[in-house]
Design a binder for this molecule. Structure first.
Ligand code: MLT
Length: 266
C-alpha cells in the first residue's frame, strides 16, 4: 500500500524488497525518486522504505512550518504503520541528514546504522536563515520555477549540465512538481534547525559519511569534520559528483554503501 496515514497526514511511501530495513530519506525540495538507483540496487537484499516526506512528492501538501523533529516523528510513525520494529539503517541526504540528527536524538533505539550523504551539522547563519524566509515568502507568490533556477547550479557538480542532462532534468522536475506551500514550510523548518555539532561525539551507531567532491552546499572538509567527530564512522568522497551524489554518481555511492553494509555484518 503506497499511502499511509500518520500523525494526521497522508504519506506516499515506496517499499520494495526483503531483508534488514533501509530507510531512504530525501533532500529538499525533492522526493523519494532521487533514490531510484539505490532502490534498484539494494532492494534485492534489503527492505527498502523510501517515503515522500510530509508535503513532498505524492504526499499531501503541507503548510506552515515543518520542523526536522516533525519529519523525524513522521518517520517513526511510518515505521510503526509498516510494522517495522527492527532498527533501521537510516540513510538521509542533506535535509534528510538534518532529519537523521533528530531521529537519532529521539529514536536511537530504532537505528542500527547511519548513512549521512551531503549534509551539515551546523545551524544556518543569520544570512542563510533570512534567505530561507525570503524564499518561503516568494515561492508561495511566484511558484517554484525560480527555486529550480536558483538551486540547480548548487545541487549538481560543474560537469553535470553537459555530462548528465537526464539527471539534471530529473532534479528540475522534482523541484517544479513540489508544491510551493511545501517548499515554504520546509524552508521555515530548516531555518529553525539546531546546531548539532556538539552532539556528534555521542552518536554510537556505525556511521558512513559520504560527500560528492564538488558539493557546494555541504563541502568535503565540513563533512570530513563530521566524520571525525562521530566515533564509529567511515568517510567516503564520491568523485564526479556534487551535492546530489546518489544521482550523479550512483555507482560510486552504491559501492561505498555496499562496502559499509558488508562491514556492518562482520
Ligand atoms: C537539500 O539538499 O536538502 C538542501 O540543500 C538542504 C538545505 O537547503 O540546507
Amino acid at each position: 500500500m503506497p499511502t499511509q496515514h500518520i500523525n494526521g497526514e497522508s504519506f506516499h511511501v515506496t517499499t520494495r524488497g526483503e531483508g534488514d530495513p533501509l530507510l531512504l530519506v530525501h533532500g529538499f525540495p525533492l522526493n523519494h525518486s532521487m533514490w531510484n538507483s539505490q532502490i534498484d540496487h539494494f532492494s534485492s537484499r534489503y527492505r527498502i522504505i523510501a517515503p515522500d516526506l510530509r508535503g513532498f512528492g505524492s504526499s499531501v501538501v503541507t503548510t506552515g512550518t515543518v520542523t526536522m523533529e516533525q519529519h523525524a516523528d513522521d518517520l517513526a510513525g511510518l515505521l510503526d504503520e509498516l510494522g517495522v520494529d527492527q532498527p533501521v539503517i537510516f540513510c538521509g541526504l542533506s535535509m534528510g541528514g538534518y532529519i537523521a540528527w533528530q531521529f537519532w536524538h529521539k529514536y536511537r533505539d530504532r537505528v542500527s546504522a547511519l548513512i549521512l550523504c551531503d549534509t551539515r551539522a551546523v545551524a544556518d547563519t543569520e544570512q542563510a536563515r533570512q534567505g530561507r524566509l525570503e524564499m518561503a515568502q516568494r515561492v508561495v507568490r511566484d511558484g517554484a520555477e525560480f527555486v529550480a533556477e536558483a538551486m540547480l547550479p548548487k545541487l549538481v557538480g560543474p560537469d553535470a549540465v553537459n555530462a548528465q542532462p537526464a539527471v539534471v532534468e530529473a532534479i528540475r522536475q522534482m523541484i517544479l512538481t513540489t508544491d510551493p506551500e511545501t517548499i515554504a514550510a520546509a524552508q521555515r523548518g530548516m531555518a529553525q534547525r539546531p546546531d548539532v555539532t556538539s552532539e556528534l561525539n555521542e552518536i554510537t551507531a556505525k556511521t558512513l559519511v559520504l560527500v560528492g567532491t564538488f558539493d557546494e552546499i555541504s563541502r568535503v572538509d565540513e563533512m570530513r569534520q563530521i566524520a571525525d567527530a562521530i566515533p564509529n564512522s567511515r568517510f567516503a568522497e564520491i568523485p564526479a559528483a556534487g551535492h546530489m551524489a546518489p544521482m550523479e554518481n550512483a555507482a560510486a555511492v552504491n559501492a561505498s554503501i555496499d562496502k559499509f553494509l558488508r562491514e556492518l555484518k562482520t
